[in-house]
Ligand binder design. Structure first.
Ligand code: SAM
Length: 211
């Protein structure tokens, strides 16, 4: 198992118990995402964590396959299916880019709170592109810590490596919004909507169409 997967396994139970940090920003993210989803859509979510968002969006689509590198996260997510609700959702343990799921050709791929945690962001975006049909949508939200305020940014830059050394934080990439959007464009997408939910530090919501 990779260090990355074992970190997320270790924190999965605590992550499942922790409340959504900003309810208003989360509600806005869900609403803007639903605005792009259609009842006929086959959707893939990557880095789905404990499946909360997948289950909330399931009613808006035909099917939703949600994946995560952490077996523990997927275990918690799968347990939520026990009552038979959301029969169109399935969960699978998988690392980004490791596989083409169910033949690819998804109408949309979702990645919330994920891209800043990946060393090879460009590779991750490229693998998302491979999973999409032409014209398919990549809907993501990514915290851009390079644009945190003048007090928070140096604090994060100091604390995260120290916490990581002690196994208390994952790999975190300090992204700029412009850098992220350029990268998505370079990998073959046209950006159709952006927003910051929340604004500080900016969690960049991006809807991009495969061209
Ligand atoms: C901050 S959590 C976000 C979970 C969920 N998307 C949310 O918004 O609550 C990041 C998730 O990404 C997963 N993850 C990290 N690196 C990954 C990778 N390389 N491939 C797939 N999943 C990954 C972690 O296991 C974790 O569940």
């Amino acid at each position: 198992m990779t260090d990355n997967a074992s970190f997320w396994d270790k924190v999965a139970t605590r992550y499942a118990r922790s409340p959504v940090r900003n309810e208003a920003a989360y509600a806005e993210t869900l609403a803007r995402t639903r605005a792009y989803l259609k009842p006929s859509d086959r959707v893939l979510e990557i880095g789905c964590g404990t499946g909360t968002t997948a289950l909330k969006l399931a009613g808006s689509v035909e099917s939703l396959l949600a994946t995560d590198v952490s077996g523990k996260m997927i275990g918690i997510a799968t347990a939520k299916l026990a009552d038979g609700a959301a029969g169109n959702v399935s969960f699978r343990q998988a690392e980004i880019g490791a596989d083409t799921f169910d033949g690819g050709s998804f109408d949309a791929v979702l990645a919330f709170n994920l891209l800043h945690l990946i060393g090879d962001t460009a590779g991750a975006v490229r693998s998302v592109r491979d999973q999409l049909k032409p014209g398919g949508l990549f809907i993501s939200k990514t915290v851009c810590l390079s644009e945190a305020g003048p007090l928070l940014r140096p604090l994060f830059r100091l604390l995260i490596p120290v916490m990581r050394f002690f196994g208390k934080a994952p790999f975190v990439r300090f992204l700029k919004i412009s850098e992220l959007e350029t990268l998505i464009g370079v990998e073959g997408f046209e950006i159709v909507e952006t927003g910051n939910y929340p604004a500080k530090p900016p969690s960049r919501f991006i809807v991009a169409r495969k061209v």
